[in-house]
Design a protein around this ligand. Structure first.
Ligand code: GLU
Length: 347
């Protein structure tokens, strides 16, 4: 682990070697925020820079916090997986268990940021701030967005007011709740949106404007814990479309999926052929969650599909990738569709 701030003599307020600045643990996983262009303005490689290099590029951080860094992974977030999630969650909990640590910042690629944030939101049992941060432009790009995003993320994590709000994501001067955030654009710096319940707040050059805390369960009130969890059950996502057949649903079941999330058309719908396959899967004990490919809105029970009769689960407001995260964790507790449904209403 590398220590920044006090050890580099940059902490401004100190008495007899004691710093008054909060201590923040920065866990790095890679992503574009650590990316370097590979030629011209277009191509780049994620996770090219170490976390030490990222922190050194933003010397203003030393006025916000004493930063300790730890490289947990060095990947583009398209390569994020359950094993890294479990390791990252364990390192996050270990950091937060240290009384002198005020909060954790996690650098992460933006592609799967929302899934990692929601996973941590469900398993990290702490009230201290956990803030994910990324960037849309690589560190070497014209007008890279990473340095200000990192500065703002540390400012949020260092504030006691950011406690008890669940896992947060900071980007583009916005603070998002893990449950609400979704990546909505392939390249723009304003890619993140929280379309249902809105933003957690704004952060303007380190100054916070926090809005109301979330009402759904998270972090310290979550029933999911890391203890004893060494792997997660297989859950696949199947994308619905006009003319959909049954083959991909059958293939997922044959591959050993214990749960399936349907990225349904409209209100979580499936055509008759695919619906028959999902019905067979549910009868075989596979948990079927109906989400939506639309990107917004609530999937409610029993609208055009009789969930009560088929033992299906409605995803409520969760998009398919977040419904998958909750279903994986839910299946570590139960395979009863009614109990799983209650989880989708609670988290
Ligand atoms: N594929 C990269 C990642 O998710 C690009 C997205 C980014 O970090 O902005 O790590």
């Amino acid at each position: 682990m590398t220590f920044f701030g006090e050890t580099r003599g940059r902490v401004r307020r100190s008495v007899a070697g004691m710093s008054f600045l909060p201590r923040i643990r920065l866990l790095a996983t890679g992503g574009t925020i650590a990316g370097a262009q590979t030629g011209g303005e277009r191509g780049y490689k994620a996770a090219a820079f170490s976390v030490e290099a990222l922190v050194a590029a933003v010397p203003q951080l030393a006025s916000l916090a004493q930063i300790e860094v730890e490289q947990v992974a060095a990947i583009g977030s398209q390569d994020m997986n359950e094993a890294v999630w479990l390791k990252l969650a364990a390192r996050t909990e270990a950091a937060l268990a240290e009384p002198e640590i005020a909060g954790v910042v996690i650098t992460h690629g933006t592609d799967t940021m929302e899934e990692t944030a929601f996973f941590l939101n469900l398993v990290v049992l702490s009230e201290k701030p956990v803030v994910l941060v990324g960037a849309m432009r690589p560190a070497t790009a014209i007008s890279a967005d990473g340095p200000m995003n990192l500065y703002n993320a540390v400012a949020v994590a260092a504030q006691p007011a950011a406690r008890k709000r669940g896992v947060l994501v900071v980007a583009n001067d916005e603070i998002h709740f893990a449950r609400e955030i979704a990546k909505t654009n392939t390249t723009q710096v304003g890619t993140f949106a929280s379309g249902h319940r809105g933003l957690a707040g704004l952060v303007n050059a380190g100054r916070l404007h926090l809005y109301a805390p979330p009402v759904r369960r998270h972090t310290a009130q979550s029933d999911f814990a890391l203890a004893g969890l060494v792997a997660l059950p297989r859950v696949d996502i199947v994308y619905s479309h006009a003319g959909m057949g049954r083959e991909l649903i059958d293939a997922a079941v044959h591959a050993g999926a214990r749960g399936l999330v349907i990225a349904g058309v409209g209100d979580g719908n499936l055509g008759a052929v695919a619906l028959a396959a999902a019905t067979d899967a549910a009868k075989a004990g596979v948990a079927i969650v109906r989400s939506s490919r639309t990107g917004g809105g609530v999937v409610e029970r029993n609208i055009e599909i009789d969930d009560d009769a088929l033992d299906f689960i409605a995803a409520d407001e969760l998009n398919p990738q977040k419904a998958r995260v909750l279903l994986m964790l839910g299946l570590t507790r139960t395979s009863d569709p009614r109990a799983l449904q209650e989880m989708f209403f609670a988290y």
